[in-house]
Design a protein around this ligand. Sequence first.
Ligand code: AFP
Length: 323
Amino acid sequence: MLRLRSQLQAKKLPPDLVTLIDTIAIAGKDIAFRLQQGAMSGVLGSAEKENVQGETQKKLDVISNDLLKTYLLESNTVRGIASEEEENIVAGHDHAKYLVAFDPLDGSSNIDINSMIGTIFSILHAPTTETVSQADFLQPGRNQCAAGYILYGPSVMLALTTGNGVQMYTLDQRIGEFLLTTDHVVIGKDTQEFAINMSNQRSWAVPMQNYVNDLLAGSEGPRGKNYNMRWVAAMVADVHRILCRGGLFAYPWDNREPKTPGKLRLMYEANPMGMLVEQAGGSAWTDVGPILDIQPETIHQRVPVILGSINEVTACVGYHKNN
Ligand code: AFP
């Protein structure tokens, strides 16, 4: 099985991009090690402080963010970083070619129950100007040169796209290397599985409520088939399932927080996952258009997300168009 670095080199990617992806993989291995130590090294529980999103951070949110920051800022391939856990961007090396946006530990509520979590990243071209600013990060998801996640589950896995399909790698703990285990990930067009937090149903827009009601009606309803439901409470794990066996994932618009039209972050979650899903033959939309076409307004912007098997996403979006 091919090692990550050899596989990236074989694809003839720019050497700096190969180094950068390798750096993220090294950070992921370090994070995986801390996670595996769990309660033995005192890393579980709350950090007793809030991040810029107003969420209480877990100790491992802070540790993972610090690790990624350190590895990335040491790399002379990184011009700047934006993290879900940081209020502002942090400048890296002058003349470096790439910007990295990341969610260091997605699904933090799963940390203390030893359930699946992950690191999500998005790589953009850096500007050629002398200074780097927040505005340089505000590029539509279509501009991403690479995107992926590292899933910390029973195996540690890396899902990656550099704009030419999606590959999956599995960490071989004996040699400390990510090895290519799936070369060409394809999401089936149809599905009978959906992932959504049903407890928010009363707060969704009417079209989303109607769509999910029709799924729940099963073979006797207008969709004419029975659906199953899954929810891991970590987007990284729910999207991983969709890359493996199809499905629909949605974190739709809801009216719980009038100022935020969705829970998920465009730059750290929706864009990288949107690129992975599209590259695997699926579809990634908000309620009104493709996620990757959104022009970001701020680095911490939130958006509604509907992604997965193309025919199911089209059906869901259709409810929004017709209402
Ligand atoms: P945290 O990393 O802040 O816990 O949030 C994870 C997440 O943004 C996303 O990964 C999940 O899909 C979603 O939140 C789960 O949220 P709820 O289960 O609370 O609705």
